[in-house]
Design a protein around this ligand. Structure first.
Ligand SMILES: C[S@@+](CC[C@H](N)C(=O)[O-])C[C@H]1O[C@@H](n2cnc3c(N)ncnc32)[C@H](O)[C@@H]1O
Length: 362
């Protein structure tokens, strides 16, 4: 059984430059739980820690936070122990000693680093270390392939001689190493934006739901579609797409026969009949996009929508919360689910999934 260590520290990974937003989110969550503490966020570090004044409350906070509802963090660890001044000749023993009290049965083991240039340069250190570390942990009696364990073990290097050791809850964390999906740029897609929608579908739906909810023959509208990276994802899944944009679409997409190009204003366009999906990557004020997405759901023009909210402003978290309120108001009486996430493929923006909850069958 895994024992719970009492360091109480929570560790979050994020895109460099978004540490402030993560600190705000976790501080708000702690406040909501009545847990006092402080966040440490160094600009551009690519991670944030939260330290409850009472370390015994750390595990409580980690359990109270729904990671999947958080916007800016890519990963969440609890009980993080910080090790520094690791001797160059023996980094392994202190890591094993720190990991031992965290348990001996895990459902996975990851060696990671921040998504920064400095972090990337650490891979020449961690790659050869990984094998030795795994062996040493196994020798200390640890098993990382226990499917019944609720936890995964992480070693997160923040320098050549410094790392955090911590655990993540399998059902309340990202399954991706460093919280980053490894997606290849598909050969035929006309823009890199295509990866945003691919990631959003993986994250918000997952393979099983995607198969159910994006079926061949379904209809979709893509607002701000040109040159067609998002449309391409829908076409690949055999949907029929109305691509709305004044700019030119990739001719290869038009030749599939699955795409109808409409040179219209995305804010004024209305589908001839209700469609299954609306996706939107128009560059405009987030509040306008949020209101538009809510309108599509409220009017029943689509059942689900994925849309991007551009955040060039300073107060990014406040803007996201404002959009949440706009959506809550704009969807009116329609019961909905909403998730908003800063995707790996998002830069100064976040991506949202809003879906009407269908009434139960009688
Ligand atoms: C970021 S690009 C979209 C990229 C696209 N998702 C892709 O994967 O290739 C934004 C697009 O929105 C379009 N756009 C901006 N405002 C619009 C509006 N009011 N109506 C329709 N299209 C708009 C622009 O012409 C531009 O092509």
């Amino acid at each position: 059984m895994n024992r719970v260590d009492a360091t109480g520290t929570l560790l979050f990974y994020c895109r460099p430059g978004f540490e402030g937003e993560v600190a705000q989110e976790v501080s708000a969550a702690a406040q909501a739980e009545g847990i006092e503490g402080f966040a440490k966020a160094k600009p551009e570090a690519g991670f944030v820690t939260f330290h409850p004044h009472d370390p015994a409350r750390g595990a409580h906070l980690a359990a109270a936070i729904d990671f999947h509802e958080m916007v800016f963090p890519r990963q969440m660890l609890r009980e993080a122990v910080f090790l520094q001044d690791l001797p160059a000749g023996d980094r392994i023993d202190p890591i094993v000693a720190a990991a031992r009290p965290m348990g001996n049965r895990f459902n996975g083991f990851l060696i990671e680093m921040p998504d920064t240039n400095d972090g990337k340069s650490l891979s020449s250190l961690t790659r050869p270390l990984a094998l030795h570390l795994e062996k040493a942990l196994a020798k200390a009696g640890m098993d990382f392939k226990e499917p019944r364990s609720p936890d995964r073990l992480h070693v997160f290097f923040v320098g050549g001689a410094a790392c955090y050791v911590g655990v993540s809850a399998i059902d309340n964390s990202s399954a991706w190493p460093m919280g980053i999906p490894r997606l290849r740029m598909p050969g035929g897609a006309p823009s890199r934006s295509t990866l945003k929608l691919a990631e959003a579908l993986q994250l918000f739906l997952g393979p099983k739901e995607e198969e159910k909810r994006l079926q061949p023959g379904m209809k979709a509208v893509d607002l701000g579609a040109a040159p067609g990276g998002w449309t391409w994802q829908l076409v690949q899944r055999s949907l029929h797409v109305f691509a709305v944009d004044n700019s030119a679409m990739d001719p290869a997409l038009l030749e599939t026969g699955q795409v109808k190009h409409r040179r219209e204003d995305g804010f004024r366009y209305r589908p001839p009949d209700p469609v299954d999906w609306m996706v939107c990557d128009m560059v405009d004020q987030p509040s306008r996009i949020a209101a538009l997405a809510a309108q599509w759901i409220r009017e029943g023009w689509c059942r689900e929508t994925i849309f991007n909210l551009k955040l060039p402003m300073k107060k990014r978290r406040e803007e996201v919360e404002r959009c949440r309120d706009i959506i809550a108001e704009g969807t009116g009486d329609v019961q909905c689910t909403l998730r908003i996430k800063h995707l790996y493929h998002d830069r100064e923006e976040v991506t949202a999934h809003l879906a009407a909850i269908p009434p139960p069958r009688s």
